[in-house]
Design a binder for this molecule. Structure first.
Ligand code: UTP
Length: 293
């Protein structure tokens, strides 16, 4: 089995109800972290990991996403006329070559596993990445690039893992690992959203995966799991006794931009990391914390 990963699936068909009313007309993935939509962070991370083909699983009301990756000739012309070369460069980085990007519809939001399975005809006998744009990860080396490197050694399937507080475990897929030491951890079981007090560890799966094509086969015909949804975790768990599953303890800070608190934290952290915004923002935050005391 080859161990280079060139295809990535971006499941973006969810309804984003936690951000209503904003998501009534704006896809969650287009929401802006500082000055870039969430989806741009995901694409940049995929590119840095060597991904060449980008497969989006979308749904009704997500056309703004497709437009985002198109050429914008009128805007470009205007920026050229005004000699705004820096902005022109920023804009160019958002367009994708024709043929590099594909859109598939998930007609009903039946769960993450179902969304990934919708892309099955685009994945042949090769490993593929899955990226959830809600999970934004600040890291010196982008998270998926770290995983691609580790995966070249392990093979099998790999999921990004991070430690969570015990009372948060029931919101995640949780790993049962053979030995909770090191960076690539051999998994012996996985459970999606375990009931309180039953989690096998404090290691939660977050939105970066490198999966064996066998996972696609397991997804076909898989019934609903936790929350009545078709769960990607359940299909990956079947590989524990197959080609093997590894949890990868990545280096970096993950922000859950699918939740309001996570999005706000990411906005502050990414704002403070920007040289052009840092001073003004930190001054504002200090004044705010003084005035709230
Ligand atoms: P979430 O669990 O965050 O669901 O999905 P959601 O619909 O996006 O948001 P809320 O909970 O209603 O606020 C995690 C990821 O899986 C995708 C979502 O688009 C998101 O990237 N997803 C989820 C699908 O593509 N299809 C589904 O049926 C469910």
């Amino acid at each position: 089995m080859k161990r280079t990963v060139t295809k990535a699936i971006f499941p973006v068909a969810g309804m984003g109800t936690r951000f209503l009313p904003a998501t009534k007309s704006v896809p969650k993935e287009i929401m802006t972290l500082v000055d870039r939509p969430l989806i741009q962070y995901a694409i940049d991370e995929a590119r840095a990991a060597g991904i060449k083909e980008f497969i989006f699983v979308t749904s009704r009301g997500k056309s703004a996403l497709e437009d985002y990756f198109d050429d914008a000739p009128v805007l470009e012309q205007e920026l050229r006329r005004k000699k705004k070369t820096e902005l022109l460069e920023v804009l160019r980085k958002t367009t994708m070559e024709s043929g590099q990007i594909a859109y598939i519809r998930q007609h009903r939001a039946k769960g993450l596993g179902h969304a990934v399975a919708c892309a099955r005809r685009m994945i042949h006998d090769e490993p593929f990445a899955v990226i959830l744009p809600d999970d934004v990860i600040a890291a010196d080396k982008p998270c998926l690039a770290q995983m691609v490197e580790a995966y070249a050694e392990t093979g099998g399937s790999m999921v990004a893992a991070m430690e969570v507080a015990p009372d948060r475990a029931s919101s995640y897929g949780i790993l049962d690992v053979e030995n909770n030491e090191g960076q690539a951890l051999k998994v012996r079981g996985m459970v999606e959203k375990p009931e309180s007090g039953t989690a096998p560890s404090n290691l939660a799966v977050i939105g970066r995966y490198i999966l064996s094509p066998r996972v696609m086969k397991h997804l076909t015909g898989l019934g609903a799991g936790a929350g009545g949804e078709i769960q990607l975790t359940d299909a990956i768990a079947r590989e524990v006794d197959g080609d093997g599953v590894y949890g990868f303890r990545f280096e970096g800070q993950r922000y859950d931009c699918g939740s309001k608190a996570g999005f706000l934290q990411a906005t502050v952290a990414f704002g403070l990391a920007r040289p052009d915004l840092r001073d003004e923002l930190s001054e504002f935050l200090s004044a705010l914390s003084l005035s709230s005391k």
